[in-house]
Write a protein of this length. Structure first.
Lengths: 384, 129
């Protein structure tokens, strides 16, 4: 992503749609539209100001087109990049490119899903694949479970260490009134929950809920004139490594090891400069991989790193302060909500879970089966 | 270029399966094996491809056990086949939780059924760690 300018654009509006279990027959685009109007209200812009639309959703094949019709806007720029849950980090990068080049001025990135209401099988039907489907992997869980099996084999990572990730997420969720989960969780409870795909129990797996979100981006110059503090885009990095898990070169190394350094380079920052991490936690293994691949601990040490509450409230590195996909909300492609939490932390809007003096935050997205990895680094006014 | 009007990569693979053979392709330009079967070689786009039949021996690279309602648990593995390619499969004739990384396995054909054509699975071959 060389060529993009550090801090040239900012997220100026951010909002979730209704989350959890929405009313019967609500459509994913209803949720996108609701979130869009909330995000516009957040920054003080109008629907007619939007001239760029970026969207992807498993239930809406032509998401930018369908959303533009629903909102009855005619964007001059649109992008439906669909690479799973990290699509929205890619959209941020692509929106930055479009805004820098004058292709649009106000970009909307939106997402919606009703996977809890209609079932995951209906929301994300599995594609035909004669080389994998006969073995009935429970996807995506089984792919991540096999990654965990390698991490445990190579580095001695334990199920208890995986469970620590879920416990930390739950502790954060209890500080977030919008979180789906409301009760405390222990390592014991994670280990004894219903087994899904060994070594994962249902508590190692993200939630299956309805929900969506929207963010609004514009140039740094325009951002300064709007209602809220801008969350500047300091760095972006995008990487694809494979589509199917059987084609992933090394199940213990994700392409975050590529996207992270790209984002750091553009931002002129290193891991120790980052105040807060929003990491796509589809399963308990993913924050462990991303902490390693984004440079917060050596490869193989992620399991030991998360022990003793390191990433929980009061720990030394705040990770997934919303409660994450494990305990706050996971509507299928969770990446947009990963971004929203990082934006709110940089703006200082997180109330009980606010990270003190949070000037920089990483929003890291994961898509497919560890397939696509995209990293965005946000910074406050003080960083630009 | 391959003539996709006459045969498909999966079509050829399946014909081999019906003969009890695990087939894979080699890019003759660089001698590298690859899987899954393709119309052109990954990385180079070469159409100078050759089908070969594996000796059927491999090592478990990664493993999981899937728990589903109303059915006994089953394992899903990634196998590094000796000829130099990796594939998804299942190890049969063993408690699924006893399938370990590093275990040596040997291919056999699962007959499939009305909906699922025959496909390769593995069975413990003894040895490995």
């Amino acid at each position: 992503m060389s060529g993009l300018k550090r801090g040239s654009v900012a997220v100026v509006g951010a909002a979730e749609s209704d989350l959890g279990q929405v009313a019967p027959h609500t459509s994913p685009v209803d949720l996108m539209a609701q979130a869009t109007m909330r995000a516009l209200d957040d920054c003080g812009l109008k629907l007619s100001d939007i001239d760029g639309v970026f969207s992807a959703a498993t239930q809406v094949r032509t998401a930018p087109m369908t959303l533009a019709e629903y909102l009855r806007i005619k964007p001059k720029y649109f992008d439906g990049t669909a690479i799973g849950g990290s699509s929205f980090m890619a959209h941020v990068a692509h929106a930055q490119a479009a805004i820098e080049h004058g292709l649009c001025d106000v970009a909307l990135v939106a997402y919606g899903s009703t996977q809890r209401s209609v079932s995951r099988a209906a929301a994300s039907p599995r594609e035909p694949n004669p080389y994998e489907n006969p073995y009935r992997p429970f996807m995506p869980s089984s792919a991540y479970a096999m990654s965990a099996s390698r991490h445990m084999h190579q580095y001695g990572t334990t199920r208890e260490q995986l469970a620590e990730v879920a416990v930390a997420a739950r502790k954060w969720a209890l500080l977030n009134p919008k979180a789906w989960e409301k009760e405390p969780l222990t390592v014991e409870q994670v280990l004894k929950a219903r087994m899904v795909s060994y070594p994962f129990t249902v508590r190692d797996c993200c939630l299956v809920v309805d929900g969506g979100g929207a963010i609004i981006l514009t140039s740094a110059a325009r951002a300064k004139t709007l209602k809220k503090k801008p969350a500047y885009v300091l760095g972006v990095g995008e990487s694809l490594s494979h589509a199917n898990i059987s084609s992933m070169p090394d199940l213990t190394v994700s392409a975050a090891a590529v996207s992270g350094p790209l984002a750091y380079k553009m931002a002129g920052l290193k891991p120790s400069d980052i105040n807060m991490l929003s990491l796509y936690d589809a399963f308990t293994i993913t924050p462990i991989l991303f902490l390693e691949d984004l440079g917060f601990c050596p490869k193989g040490e992620g399991g030991r790193f998360v022990q003793n509450g390191t990433i929980a409230p009061g720990g030394k590195l705040p990770v997934n302060t919303s409660g994450g996909g494990l305990s706050y909300c996971h509507p299928g492609m969770y990446g947009l909500l990963v971004i929203i939490e990082a934006v709110r932390q940089v703006r200082g809007e997180c109330d009980k879970r606010q990270v003190k003096s949070c000037e920089t935050a990483i929003a890291h997205g994961n898509g497919g089966v560890l397939s696509s990895q995209c990293t965005v680094i946000f910074g406050s006014e003080a960083t630009v | 270029m391959p003539d996709l009007m006459k045969q498909s990569p999966y079509g050829v693979f399946l014909e081999h399966c019906k003969k009890g053979e695990l087939a894979y392709q080699v890019n003759k330009d660089d001698g590298k094996a690859f899987f899954y079967p393709r119309a052109v070689a990954p990385g180079t786009g070469s159409a100078n491809l050759e089908w070969r039949v594996s000796k059927g021996m491999g090592t478990v690279y990664a493993t999981t056990v899937v728990y589903t309602k109303d059915q006994p648990p089953h394992n899903v593995v990634l196998v590094d086949v000796d000829e130099g390619f990796r594939m998804m499969s299942r190890v049969e004739d063993i408690d699924p939780l006893e399938v370990k990384i590093g275990m040596r396995v040997k291919v056999k054909m699962h007959p499939g059924d009305d909906k699922q054509p025959t496909y390769p699975v593995f069975t413990p071959a003894g040895g490995g760690k």
